[in-house]
Design a protein around this ligand. Structure first.
Ligand code: ADP
Ligand code: ADP
Length: 228
């Protein structure tokens, strides 16, 4: 589903964010990307949905080289990737329902499909009863559930999340991780950048570890800190 070959990212100021990174993620996998602050996690996530281009190397999504993708093809890529951030990024003036519906309107879904699909994803994240609330009336965990619902509403192949529990307390963080696990079990490939050491360890998923831009370990059922 995702392949990176020899990917290096140097930002315009000369900051080297990633150095010669290679890995493959198969359809249906759940992969954590871990490492200290500044290790390159966010940069790696941004490369996946072509928010940034690599300085060197190739990135493939579903067999297509996205580093060579034309500008007009990018919306097609982004439709196949759902994205969640640490800070939720909901539209403050829209209700929960409208926030999610908006993601479908952007891709020109029919009103009929929107009316069927939005209640379904709200149910999946356990927020049917908050459909009419605005983001400011919700807890952090609820806001992240809305962001998750929005990210999966167009049924993406891959869900990428950049520190999805970074602003949440431990119990809420666990709920969100369990929800990500449920989404993965329904068939969506998950790539999650995370600092949450205990959570990552408890999930027993594949862990890719970055340090100063280099991939230092990649293990099935890995731990946040690999001590072998
Ligand atoms: P992480 O997500 O692991 O904290 P980042 O990918 O955000 O790491 O950052 C990796 C390195 O690249 C850091 O040294 C950071 O300061 C730098 N960096 C990130 N984004 C930019 C940018 N837009 N311009 C310049 N340097 C950047
Ligand atoms: P995170 O680690 O959660 O991604 P950061 O504080 O590293 O958050 O980055 C916040 C934003 O600032 C990102 O969009 C990143 O691209 C940008 N950024 C990070 N480091 C730099 C830098 N050294 N120069 C310019 N922009 C940067």
């Amino acid at each position: 589903m995702i392949e990176m070959y020899g990917v290096t990212k140097v930002y315009p100021g000369g900051q080297v964010a990633l150095k010669d990174i290679s890995f493959k993620i198969a359809k249906g996998e759940f992969v954590f990307v871990v490492g200290p602050s500044g290790a390159g996690k966010s940069t790696l996530i941004k490369l996946l949905f072509r928010e940034e281009l690599p300085t060197k190397g190739q990135i493939f999504f579903a067999g297509k080289n996205i580093t060579r993708m034309k500008r007009r093809e990018i919306p097609y890529l982004r439709r196949r990737i759902g994205i969640v951030f640490q800070d939720f990024r909901l539209l403050p003036d829209k209700t929960v329902y409208e926030n999610i519906a908006f993601a479908m309107q952007v891709v020109e879904a029919s009103n009929r499909d929107i009316k069927k699909r939005v209640p379904y994803v709200l149910e999946r994240v356990g927020l049917s009863h908050k459909a009419k609330a605005r983001p400011s009336e919700l807890s952090g965990g609820e806001q992240q559930r809305v962001a998750l619902a929005r990210a999966i509403v167009n049924n993406p192949d891959v869900l990428v999340a950049d520190e999805p529990t970074g602003n949440l307390d431990p119990d809420t963080s666990r709920d969100i991780m369990n929800l990500l696990d449920d989404i993965n079990k329904m068939g969506t490939t998950l790539v999650v950048a995370s600092h949450a050491r205990e959570l990552v360890d408890s999930m027993k998923k594949r862990v890719i570890r970055l340090e100063e831009g280099s991939l230092v370990s990649d293990e099935e059922r890995g731990l946040y800190i690999n001590e072998t």
